[in-house]
Design a protein. Structure first.
Length: 333
């Protein structure tokens, strides 16, 4: 079974057509199935690191990354692995990363999502959530100084929007009108803390006016809305209009990570979340518009299963890192 082919991923900044919807549908289902496999591997003791899933976030990952041009820079977080796939990290790459293999993006130094690839314009995620934002602002500042037209895109959860890096990074980008887009993935819980105990304003995007930037509140389970809003924000940033703060509302359909059973989430919130499952929504949409038949959706799922089987097999046959290589790449030569 071949690697995921990122179909149509270079079709940017225009109205979505059939091929685009097929790509988005494929990417979102791939993220869901890949992460479900990661959870199984974790429970089987075959995973080196922790297991975080973006169930409920797939439309945010795919829609936002698809709105970028090839030269733009992605600064991802841990629930947007679909964005990695669209930017060029393959399922084999990411499986090797999770299994801590020497041929993974971090050479076996990390068993999680903290990885990037500058050849693909992906800056590795920083585990201290929020620290991504000043980095994305720095990328955008470099773009402005060098007049490259590059836009940076990064993410934060609604909980992380309460830490200093959020303010410092967004405020700096706003003051200097930097080409940056910041998406708040508001999934209602910062680990186990409900949103009502995180901030007093009605919506986090209400802060945009105070920073002097454009603010947009969108349905983060609607991939069309995510794509269109991000595309507009990227264009504004590239045209010199400064950053946009996008709040994408969704529901985290699983716990914070594999070790968390989400007992603290009210049942009605989870039920509503599953009723708005972004993967089910895109699959229903493409069938309604006759971009995929039901039979083709089933075939797509089988294809994705094969891609993931291949990735697991490839990763488990790949070498573990050698101890003597531990310091390689840590210090400049």
């Amino acid at each position: 079974m071949p690697e995921a082919d990122n179909r149509g991923s270079k079709i940017k900044h225009k109205e979505l057509v059939k091929a685009d919807y097929q790509t988005l549908c494929y990417t979102m289902r791939l993220q869901r199935e890949f992460e479900e496999r990661i959870y199984k591997l974790f429970r089987q003791g075959r995973l080196v690191g922790a297991a975080y899933a973006g169930a409920g976030h797939e439309a945010i990952a795919a829609g936002s990354a698809y709105a970028l041009d090839e030269g733009d820079v992605l600064v991802p977080m841990h629930r947007v692995i679909g964005a990695h796939f669209l930017r060029g990290h393959t399922p084999r790459d990411m499986m090797c990363q999770y299994l801590g293999r020497a041929n993974g993006p971090t050479g076996g130094r990390d068993g999680n999502m903290h990885c990037g690839n500058m050849d693909l314009n992906i800056v590795g995620m920083i585990s201290h959530l929020g620290a991504n934002i000043p980095v994305a602002a720095g990328v955008a500042l470099a773009s402005k100084i060098q007049a490259t037209g590059v836009v940076s895109l990064t993410y934060i959860g609604e909980g992380g929007a309460s830490i200093g890096d959020f303010h410092e990074g967004l405020n700096f980008a706003a003051v200097h009108k930097l080409p940056m887009v910041l998406i708040v993935e508001n999934n209602k819980f910062a680990y186990s803390t409900p949103a009502r105990l995180e901030y007093a304003c009605e919506n986090i995007v209400d802060r945009a006016k105070g920073y002097g930037v454009v603010g947009k509140l969108i349905d983060g389970t609607d991939v069309e809305s995510v794509y269109t809003t991000t595309r507009e924000a990227v264009k504004l940033a590239r045209d010199g209009g400064g950053p946009t703060l996008i709040e994408a509302s969704c529901t985290r359909l699983l716990g914070h990570a594999q070790h968390d059973d989400a007992f603290y989430v009210p049942e009605e919130i989870l039920e509503e979340g599953w009723q708005n499952d972004p993967v089910a929504k895109i699959e229903n949409l493409v069938q309604e518009r006759k971009y995929f038949t039901n039979k083709e959706i089933d075939q797509l799922k089988k294809e994705i299963t094969g891609v993931i089987d291949d990735a697991v097999d490839f990763a488990e046959k790949s070498p573990m890192p050698q101890p003597e290589d531990a310091l390689e790449g840590v210090y400049a030569t």
